[in-house]
Ligand binder design. Sequence first.
Ligand code: MTE
Ligand code: MO
Length: 512
Amino acid sequence: MRDQAAADARTARWAGLAGVVAGLAGLAIAGLTGWLTGPGGYPVTAVGELIIELLPAPLVNFGKETLGFADKPVLLTMIVLAVLLLCGLAGRLEYRRRFAGAAVFAGVALLGLLGVSAQPGITLPGYLPTVLGLVFGYLILGTLLDRLRRWRTAPSEDSLDRRRFLTWVLVTGAAAAVATVGAQLLTRATSAVQTARDRLALPAPAMPAPPVPADLGLPDLTPYVTSNDDFYRIDTALQVPVIDPADWSLSITGMVDNPFTIDYATLAAKPLVEHLATLTCVSNEVGGDLAGNALWLGFPIRDLLAEARPTDDADMVLSTSDDGWTASTPLEVLTDPDRQALLAIGMNGEPLPITHGFPVRMVVPGLYGYVSATKWVTELKVTTFAADQGYWTPLGWSARGPIKIASRIDRPAERTLDPGTVTVAGVAWAQHTGIAGVEVQIDGDAWQPARLAETVGPDTWRQWVFDWAATSGNHSIAVRATDANGDLQVADSAPPAPDGATGYHSISVRIR
Ligand SMILES: Nc1nc2c(c(=O)[nH]1)N[C@H]1C(S)=C(S)[C@@H](COP(=O)(O)O)O[C@H]1N2
Ligand SMILES: [Mo]
């Protein structure tokens, strides 16, 4: 009897070890996924930051003073130890009853997700590290415990099954340890650049932007200026390039008389321009939200090109990103003295966020992002449309991508409303030409003019608003815009490929 109790206790310890190893593996998977999906998603760091945020300031300061620079590593180590302790418990519980450990694993992951959700600017992929860590950690726990069961319930304890279990524990533990260290090293490079970014002070613009006009400020209406956290994001790279400004340079090559290379300090020391401009993705569907308006700080690309002196037969600039992505931009657009095509280093008063092209990207008013807005840009090759193609062109998208007139209804957001005045509002854009008018149509009746908010110029979208006297029943609301040339938005529906969607955005509402 006593022997049995002792054997059970030993088994429980082995199950605990299996739990710890599975926890290590889960953390390693979360670490590697976190490195891939970008900053903010690693649950251990996220929970650490949440704890610091929630702790009373005196306690945080005490930690800083007593532990010096080690406060963060100490906190993170404590979190990891707590997680592994709980995983050990989960292993013991799971051995006794299937899914009993799963509850503990899920609880730990839930805390991780809570931390991640508190990270600034977190997007859906940011939750992936925790979820994958949980799922694979639990699967690994199941495998280890299967091995353990076979060993501990075998007639003779000293069997092949014992060696199998121990091998699994050892191999999994070692792989998890190696992966954790690897993920740590990879992520450290990212956080070093993050720190470099946080320490950067943007130079003051030589040419500041005019003041931003009043926002209509209606609930559910897109703000005139999009915050960096809310700005849409498109990139093909699995791993976002992480570039220290000290290591960045841009080469102007190809069909130029004076090819040269410029570094970050030289670029930032040039007289910079501030310009508010709306970026739009060609993939945006009618009514979609792949557009954003930001205050960019940068140096006019035409001034760099003037220094490089393109030859007469060139008609395109192929810009290349650090990740190999390319865009084909018409040379005449980049050299146009009336268009602020920028090599941007600032976005809404901050250095570019890493995900939006830090340290340097292109912003060209009037062209879809896929043919102009190269993030992490490192080369401008002056060439021809005949000789070169951007990333998306061979994949079936147009070589040139001027932005089409578009308009969108943002509010009402609810689909069932009370009769009376309903304030319909949205945004409309026709970058570099400008929006001159927006009209609203109720149930296919006559088009009626909406009121337009102020704008700083033709390169941004405009908010619009329309007061509708709504009566009971089902209704449809449609919107269309006219640009400053007097051209009306295209009514025929077309999908985004190959050169941008067309058609009018409409919504259906029921009035009680
Ligand atoms: N390096 C790189 N730059 C890129 C892209 C990309 O995939 N890789 N996508 C482009 C596209 S299609 C658009 S619409 C804009 C989006 O910029 P944002 O992510 O800052 O909103 O970036 C452009 N620049
Ligand atoms: Mo795009």
